[in-house]
Write a protein that binds this ligand. Structure first.
Ligand code: IDP
Ligand code: MG
Length: 169
């Protein structure tokens, strides 16, 4: 949106003209703050991680990242809720097993908020398949198998809103 870009240009120019001592890299980081928005995302610690007593470590990583846990509840999911949540995977051969797994024990569902919370959580989580997830990510460190990959996080803002409604009403 042009008004916003013009505003950003002004901010940038002011910083440079004021000789704020900011290099280009710093100016870019500073401006990024204006481009990111506060978002809410839906996060779920899956039954494998609850069983393995990883709740605390995962919650600590989320909080350490600067994001805020707004809601959190342990619950065992209804199969119908899981089937709706993973409807985009209904034709996959692993769908039945995925629904079995997701209803096999309690999960911890959360609403997490902060700057670019959706993308930031996806980065913290790591790749879907733990074999591809980088060390230092939640899946990279705690998951070994794509069938039990420790955590769910919304993949876009639109789905975050849908999922928060689905799981918290
Ligand atoms: P995401 O959880 O990273 O968003 P999706 O592609 O949306 O990944 O898949 C949802 C979930 O379905 C995964 O987190 C995982 O639990 C399961 N899943 C995805 N692909 C496979 C697979 O190839 N085998 C078994 N389970 C899978
Ligand atoms: Mg997904």
């Amino acid at each position: 949106d042009t008004d916003r870009s013009r505003g950003l240009g002004d901010v940038y120019k002011r910083q440079v003209q004021a000789g704020a001592g900011m290099g280009l890299g710093h100016a870019r980081t500073y401006l990024k703050g204006y481009l990111m928005a506060i978002e809410k995302t839906f996060i779920m610690i899956k039954p494998d991680a609850v069983r393995d007593r990883k709740i605390g470590e995962i919650v600590a990583r989320i909080e350490r990242s600067g994001l805020v846990i707004e809601r959190m509840e342990m619950t065992t999911l209804e199969r119908a809720t899981v089937e709706e949540h993973y409807a985009h995977l209904a034709d996959k051969p692993f769908f039945g097993g995925l629904c079995d797994f997701m209803t096999s024990g309690p999960v911890v569902k959360m609403v997490v908020s902060g700057l670019s919370a959706v993308a930031k959580m996806r980065t913290l989580m790591g790749a879907t398949n733990p074999l591809d997830a980088a060390p230092g990510t939640i899946r990279g460190d705690f998951a070994v198998d794509v069938n039990a990959n420790v955590i769910h996080g919304s993949d876009c803002l639109e789905n975050a809103e849908i999922e928060i409604k689905r799981f918290f009403g």
